[in-house]
Design a protein around this ligand. Structure first.
Ligand SMILES: [Zn+2]
Length: 137
């Protein structure tokens, strides 16, 4: 199976544009933020990252302006079969959204978004469990 990175980039840009506060770090130099690497996960998790991003953006928007600028995503990455977002700064509300994101991703195939299960640190459905891995960098 071949993966195209074009689909992923298009979805990534959409998520980032809809959540400008959360993804403000994407404009920072590599020395300050891992975000320049882009989202490092398969397409099946885009709905999850979209929903979590919308929730976190909503939380950030309720903060006072100065505080708002301090909360942004440093890295969006697939790690040990779950989807993680590392933040520059975190509060209990954001932490709860990110903890749900981890839980949801552990039951969602990273390739197709269908029901998945984690085996050997990757989360896939029955159909994709033997598909190859994409290298992001
Ligand atoms: Zn699948």
């Amino acid at each position: 199976m071949m993966y195209t990175t074009e689909v992923q980039k298009h979805l990534e840009v959409e998520v980032r544009e809809k959540n400008p506060n959360l993804y403000r770090g994407f404009h920072l130099p590599p020395s300050k933020c891992f975000a320049y690497r882009g989202f490092e996960h398969e397409d099946g998790w885009f709905q999850l990252i979209q929903e979590a991003s919308n929730k976190i953006e909503g939380i950030i928007k309720t903060m006072p302006k100065k505080e708002r600028r301090e909360h942004y995503a440093m890295h969006v990455v697939s790690k040990n079969g779950c989807l993680r977002v590392y933040m520059s700064l975190i509060n209990a509300e954001i932490e709860s959204v990110l903890s749900d994101l981890v839980t949801f991703s552990l039951h969602t195939c990273e390739i197709c978004g269908g029901k998945g299960e984690r085996t050997n640190n990757i989360t896939r459905c029955e159909e994709h469990k033997d598909a190859g891995n994409r290298k992001f960098n």
